[in-house]
Design a protein around this ligand. Sequence first.
Ligand SMILES: [Zn+2]
Length: 117
Amino acid sequence: MTASVEDVTSLYARDLMDRHGLTDWRFEWNDSDEAAGRCYPDLQLITVSRAILLDTAARNIRETLLHEIAHALTTTDHTARWWNRFRKIGGEGYWLMNNGMAKSSRPEGVISTQSRS
Ligand SMILES: [Zn+2]
C-alpha cells in the first residue's frame, strides 16, 4: 500500500490540530480553486483544497494548515491577534493565500498575499 500526498496531509493535519488542542475539530478536503484553506468555527471544521494543496510544496501545505489552525484558535479574521497566534505556532507568513484578505486588513508584517484565480 502506498500512502498518497492526500493521505499523508490528512494525518499531518490531524496531528497538528490535536497538538494545538483542536481535538474536537474535524478536518476535511474540498475542491475549491479559490482558497487553499477554510476555517468554520461554528462547525469546528477546517477544510483544505485538493486542487491547490496537492499541487504545491510541502512547506505551503504546512503554512495553510497553520493559517487555518490560527483562525480556529483565535476565531478571528486576519487580525493582529490572529497573526500573532499564527507566528507563535510556527507560521511563516510568506504564502498567505486568501482571496478575501483585503490589503487594508492585512496585519503588519504579512509580506505577501498570493491568490489564484
Ligand atoms: Zn485566513
